[in-house]
Design a binder for this molecule. Structure first.
Ligand code: RBZ
Ligand code: NIO
Length: 356
């Protein structure tokens, strides 16, 4: 497995930027979470003059064997079709990226079917979909390790273009099911809390999804008993969990999160599925969380608890439940506001305004 070298952010800068923020012409703390975000970005960048450059969203797409068990409201071919939609500019993520000047790349991490070459599409296909984890591991350990390094590689390429702020999205019909499994195994939160409606299952559909997950956990129970999800237990446990229950887009996002933190990039975190990849990433390297701005709380029912587990306070709660990185794209202007008030607001002294 690729080694990641992730340092903690500079906490000295946190104190100094706080001082700078407190001398801006506003009551102390009045910009709320924008102040927290500004402090965090300053600490990540190790500067009192944080800046955002060349924002990117990477959408990782892949298919899932478990989708054949009827865990989604939509058919599997939607994954392939939506990739084409991303490439022709018609998806929600295209619209929001266009709106905010965010560059968008689409990564085929393991979609069923072949695509023609396209300047926005990267071929990082591990295989044409995972196996159903109802009866076997979703992927081999080798595939899992390969996916992590592929996800890392694309982030390094984007970083080399001068990008210092990046978000990860996903597309993969059925992928709220592996995300729920990862959440349950890593957080030990009751499976019922981790399972939600995804693309819009009704109650009966959610019960079926829950039963399939229970059956899958039962199938892997012998191994699961030996799984130690404490940090000290080491990477092998988490790699087993990720390869057994994950997906190729999820595993590539694990590598992407870790690599972005190694490059000291500001990392925008999207919804339930992206956060399930981050759960694995933070289990391997807890410092990755210091680089993460949690963009929104998804309406998928497990997300609130998942965020709580990572002690995260999301910027937005718009009852969105789409994925694709849309939470990152709509929250990006807030990150811009955070860095711009630091650089552009007057101080009490420069504006001649009296302090308390
Ligand atoms: C047209 C369409 C576009 C999407 N864009 C993201 N998702 C989202 O829905 C899927 C997860 O939900 P589930 O586990 O219930 O299948 C993922 O592809 C996710 O990205 C979409 C889903 C659909 C149908
Ligand atoms: O929060 C998400 O990422 C999400 C929720 C439901 C369906 N697709 C994605």
């Amino acid at each position: 497995m690729k080694e990641f070298n992730i340092c903690s952010v500079n906490t000295e800068v946190l104190k100094e930027i706080q001082h700078k923020i407190d001398f801006k012409t506003k009551p102390v703390g009045a910009l709320g979470q924008l102040e927290d975000t500004a402090r965090q970005i300053a600490a990540i960048q190790n500067t009192l003059e944080p800046q955002l450059q060349k924002p990117h969203v990477l959408v990782f797409a892949a298919d899932h064997g478990i989708a054949n068990e009827g865990v989604s409201k939509y058919p599997q071919e939607v994954t392939y079709q939506m990739v084409l939609n991303f490439l022709s500019g018609g998806a929600a993520i295209n619209v929001f990226c266009q709106q905010h000047g965010i560059a968008l790349k689409v990564i085929d991490a393991g979609v069923k079917g072949q695509f023609e070459a396209h300047p926005q599409l990267l071929d990082q296909k591990i295989a044409e979909g995972t196996e159903s984890f109802l009866a076997s591991p979703a992927m081999t350990l080798e595939q899992c390790v390969q996916a992590i390094s592929q996800g890392a590689k694309v982030v390094t390429e984007v970083h080399q273009t001068g990008c210092n702020v990046i978000g990860f999205g996903e597309m993969g019909i059925g992928n709220t099911t592996p995300a729920a499994a990862l959440m349950h195994v890593i957080t030990k939160i009751d499976l019922e809390v981790c399972v939600g409606k995804g693309t819009g299952l009704d109650n009966e559909g959610i019960q079926k999804k829950l039963h399939i997950l229970q059956e899958a956990l039962e199938h892997h129970a012998d191994h699961l008993e030996d799984v130690d999800t404490t940090y000290e237990a080491g990477a092998a446990h988490f790699l087993w969990v990720l390869s057994t229950f994950g997906g190729f887009e999820i595993a590539q996002m694990v590598g992407a999160f870790l690599q972005a933190a190694e490059h000291k990039m500001v990392v925008m975190v999207d919804g339930f599925i992206a956060s399930s990849a981050l759960l694995v990433a933070q289990a391997l390297h807890p410092q990755v969380l210091e680089y993460c701005v949690f963009c929104h709380q998804s309406d998928e029912q497990g997300h609130a608890k998942m965020l709580e587990f990572m002690k995260a306070t999301p910027l937005l709660n718009l009852q969105m439940r789409l994925g694709e990185g849309t939470g990152c794209a709509v929250a990006y202007p807030l990150l811009q506001s955070a860095v711009q008030f630091v650089s552009q607001m007057a101080s009490f002294e420069s504006a001649g305004v009296s302090q308390s």
